[in-house]
Design a protein around this ligand. Sequence first.
Ligand code: MG
Length: 218
Amino acid sequence: MKIAKIPATNQQFTIGKIVCLARNYAEHAKELGNETPAAPVLFMKPASSVIGDGEAVRIPAYSQECHYEVELAVLIGKKARNVTAEQAQEYIAGYGVGIDMTLRDVQNGLKAKGLPWEIAKGFDTSCPLSDFVPAAAVPDPHNLRLKLAVNGEGRQDGCSSDMIHRVPQIIAHISSIFTLEPGDIILTGTPAGVGKVGAGDVMSAEIVTVGRLTIPVA
Ligand code: MG
């Protein structure tokens, strides 16, 4: 079992499903040559993909191109089914930093064939996650600076104000399809600047006021 922690309130949640958005920042959709979607594009990672601060990403042997994607992670605290965007806030337990590790070569091959993405997105160690801060500590989740550096060199520097679909709408949409349960996590998409990492690299991800993560690549 993988655990999400909110140290400030001593809360712990067993992580359930991790629902992720693709193409939720226009500049990132553009850099990969994708259209900007009208409805959120969703995929999932299994809880088994989670690692914590300081743990290493292990790139599977079937990929030669593993990318980082820094993302705002939303931790669900209450069962949510068909909630409205107006109600969504009360279902959020906290916010954290996630990295959506993606085997880009594998994903591109799957996309070309119209096949699902799980082996490119959900492999073991593909979801580094920080501890969470309570939702009340983040008055505006759309005014957060997201940064990722590799070996100390800045690669991503975006703002959650550039999200296409915002957190309340995301929760409303997801909860109309999948019941969200305490311990479920939403990864809200990445800003531009994604790129490749390899063995020996160290990623440092930060969302100012939310948290940080230092993740080596084995
Ligand atoms: Mg992503």
